[in-house]
Design a protein around this ligand. Structure first.
Ligand SMILES: [Zn+2]
Length: 300
């Protein structure tokens, strides 16, 4: 990206940040990441930029945490500390251990990792299949790494057993995907599986009923936004700030700031609009937020 374009992007992000401060926004930001690696592509965050984001949150006085305080809030109404930011990682990529876990540990932070239990120790073979070759295969964490991270305070929750589109499965297979991932995870790390994360955010009434029957206290679908007290715990919103094609610490910090201000979803829609007009990186055009995740098959 040219220096002029980068400055333009930062200026627009600053504008959305100011708008957010002006409008005010209640609730808690739940950030979503996938890969922590140095490639500039969708669903990747450069380790140095991730570190800059964590340093920014620390400087702003935020408590950065796994979803555990959210579980306590859902289960017993325990208030969530005011300046909490939740971190989540989907798919359990190996670089969550090599990169993210090391950085988080240095800050004393924890995060929740949503694991595809049937793929542990293998690779994200569904990325290649579903993204039409746009994304490479990544190695997935091993159980040894997961156990070490779990002992170090990281939280692991299920993201199905094989990462299918759950709403396309017959009821029996759909139930197996949800329940197997819960059982496998609980057997291995001896912690309760409490919140289920739908692959691709692909959820409907039938999947939600099964998630409830299986004993989960909440689930993540694919709507973007902040979690507000009183929200339906089976439709928890997040913001995937690794969709922003970040290349510079100033952008990385602003991306997190937009999530805190609640204007991140509007910013992404704005960039998509520009991309459609040929005025922003074409890859933004590929970012479908709620409408056609099914068709695109991105690895949410
Ligand atoms: Zn996923």
């Amino acid at each position: 990206m040219s220096e002029a374009k980068r400055r333009g992007k930062v200026a627009v992000m600053r504008l959305f940040s100011i708008l957010g401060r002006f409008a005010g926004s209640a609730g808690y930001a739940i950030l979503l990441y996938h890969s922590i690696d140095p490639e500039e592509k969708l669903y990747s965050t450069d380790p140095a930029l991730f570190r800059a984001q964590m340093a920014f949150l620390k400087g702003q006085g935020y408590v950065v945490s796994s979803l555990r305080p959210l579980y306590r809030h859902i289960q017993s109404g325990t208030p969530i500390p005011e300046k909490t930011v939740f971190l989540t990682f989907d798919d359990g990529l190996q670089n969550n251990y090599d990169q993210a876990y090391k950085i988080l540990s240095a800050f004393g932070y924890t995060a929740t990792v949503f694991l595809v239990t049937g793929k542990v120790g293998a690779s994200t073979d569904w990325y290649h299949r579903d993204s039409k070759g746009m994304l490479p295969n990544f190695r997935i964490l091993s159980w040894l790494e997961i156990e070490e991270m779990s002992a170090g305070g990281m939280d692991f929750q299920p993201h199905s057993h094989n990462h299918p589109f759950l709403t396309r499965l017959d009821p029996k297979t759909m139930r197996q995907e949800i329940l197997t991932s819960k059982k496998v995870l609980e057997d291995r790390i001896q912690q309760p599986a409490l919140v289920f994360c739908h692959p691709y955010g692909d959820a409907n009434n039938a999947t939600e009923s099964v998630v409830k029957e299986c004993g989960f206290i909440g689930s993540i679908a694919n709507e973007m936004g902040k979690f507000r007290v009183g929200d339906d715990p089976f439709k928890i919103k997040r913001m995937d700030c690794d969709k922003m094609l970040l290349t510079h610490p100033a952008e990385a910090v602003l991306a997190v700031d937009l999530c805190l201000q609640g204007t991140y979803p509007s910013f992404i829609r704005f960039k998509r609009g520009l991309a459609k007009l040929g005025l922003a990186d074409k890859r933004f055009e590929e970012i479908d937020i709620e409408e056609s995740m099914h068709e695109r098959g991105f690895p949410t």
